[in-house]
Design a protein. Sequence first.
Length: 603
Amino acid sequence: MLSKTELREAVKSMGLVFGDIGTSPIYTLTVIFLLTKPTETHVIGVLSLIIWTLIIIVTMEYAWLAMSLSKKGEGGTIVLKEILIPLLRSGRKVYLVTILAYIGISFLIGDGVITPAISILSAVEGVRIVSGFENTGQSVLILIAGIIAIILFSVQSKGIEKITWVFGPIMFLWFASLAFFGISSIFYAPGVIKAINPYYAISFLLDSGIAGFFVLSEVILCATGGEALYADMGHLGRKPILNAWKLVFAALVLNYLGQGSFLIRNPDSTNVLFEMVSQQASIIYIPFLVLSIVATIIASQAMISGVFSIVYQGITTRVMPMLKIDYTSGQLRSQIYIGAVNWMLLIAVLFMMLVFQESSNLAAAYGLAVTGNMTITGILMASIFYYKKDISKTIISLFITFVDFIFLLSNTYKIPHGGYWSIIIALFIFSLIVIYTSGQKRLYEVLKPVKIDDFLEKYNHLYAAENKISGTALFFTRDITRIPQYISHVMFKNNIIYENNIFISIIKSDSPFGVESSFTAEPAKGLKVFEIRAGYMEIVDVEQILKDQGIYEKAIFYGVEDIFTSNIVWRIFSVIKKLSPSFVQFYRLPTDELHGVMTRFEM
C-alpha cells in the first residue's frame, strides 16, 4: 500500500506524465479493428498483444531499464547520449551515437505534432454518440477540435504553473473511470481475461501472417507516450512515476479488456470506448465525454511542455539554434515557453487535422516516429549496459530493441497512408540540427581565433600605452585559449580598452543541473577570466551570477557573424543565424549595455 505522500506524488505524476498513454484507449481498439475482423479469436489475440506491448515496452524498457540510467535524476535521449559517449573510445562510434541521438530528438518532436491532433480530435468525435448529434458533420468536429487546440496553444505564454495542480486529480478520475467501465464490461464476457496469457498474442500473429504483422502498426498506439516516463523523470523523480505506472497500467489493462468484451458482443461498433460507456450508463455519458476532452487537453499540454524541454536541451547543448525563451514560473525552472516552437506546433497540429480529417486517418500517420524513438532508446540503452559489462541487462535490452524494431518495421506500412508526414517532420528537424551543428563547426574554423599568447602580447602593449576607459567591460568567449576575432577588433583596431576587462566563458557540463562560477585566471593586468559552469538543462541567469560575484559592468561586447556564401547549405545556415537571437539575448543580459561587433566571413 502507498502512503498518503506517495499517493499524492503518484497522482501528480498522472497529470504530468501519463496523459498521452492514458488517452490512447479512446482510439486504439477502434483503429486496430479497421484492419482485422472483430471475431472473438481476433479480439482476444489483439488484447493479448496490447497487454504484452505495455509490459515489454513501457514496463520493461522504460519503467525498469531506462529509468535505471540517469544523470542527477534526469532522463531522456540526450541523457542516454551523454552517458554513453564517455564509455566509447572510437571517434566513429561517438559520431554514430550522436547521429542516433539527433534522429531520436527529431522523432520525439515529430510525435509532438501528431499527439495533440489525434488526441483532441478523437475525443471530440465522441460527440456523435450523444442523442441528436449522430449526424454532426466532420467539418464541424474539426472546427471544434481546432478551436480547442488554438486556445490550448494561446495560453502557453501565460504559464500553466497555477493550474497544474488540478491535472493530477483529473487524470486520476479519468483512470478510475476507465477501470470502472472496463470492469463493468468484462462481466458480460469474462473469457477476455485469458488474453493475459501471451500464447494468444503469439497465436494471433502466427495465424494471421502478414495481416497480423501490419496490425502491430496499430497495436503500438497503446504504448505511445510511454517514453514520457523516462523523459519526465527529472521533474518528478523515479519513484512517484513508477508508483503511478502501477495504477495506470492496471486501469489501462482493465479498460482494454472491457472494450474487448464489448466488441465481442457488438462487432459493428465504430467507436468502441464511447459506445461502451454510452451503453452501460447513458445518463453519465456526457460528463464522461467532457472528462475525455479535458484528459486529451492535459495529454496535449504534457507533450507541448515536453517539446519545449527537448528544444531547450538542444539549445543548451548547442545542437539547435538559439531561440527566445520566456520563463513562466518564479519557482519551477522547468516551466518555460518558447514562442517560435509553440506557434509552429500549433500550425502543424491544425494542418494535420485538416489533412487527415478523422482520428482514424491520423492513426495511419501515428506510430512511426514513436517506434523510431523507442528503437533508438533500445540501441543506446543496450550499448550502455554492454560497455558497463551488465550482461543480463544487455541481453534483455537487445530483446526489447528487437521487439521495438519489429514494431518499427510494421509501421513502415503506414508510410504511403500518411506516415510520410512523420518522416517529413522528423527529417525537417534532423536537417535543421545537422545544418546548424555543421555550420557552427565550419564557422569556428573560419573565425580564425587568435592564440592566447599572441593576444596577450598585443594586449599588454596596448594596456600600458593607451588611455583606459574607467569601469569594467565584459567579453564573451567559449574557449579562453583561442580569442575570437571580435575582441581583437574592439581592442586593437578601435583602441577600446577598459580599466577592467573580464572574459566570460559559459561552459555546459555533462550533468543536467548545477551551476558553479568563479574567477579562474588573471593572465594580465586589468584582464581576468570568469567561468560559469552549468548543467545542460540549467536556465542560467548570467546577470544575477555576475551581481553575486560583485561584477558591475559598464559595457558588454559580443561577436556578430555576417556570413557570405554561395553554398546552398551554408546559405540556410546563414538564414538560421540571422533569425536566431544572439546568445546574449538568450541569457537575458541588460540591453542598454550590449555592443554587438560584426565580422564578415566567407563560407
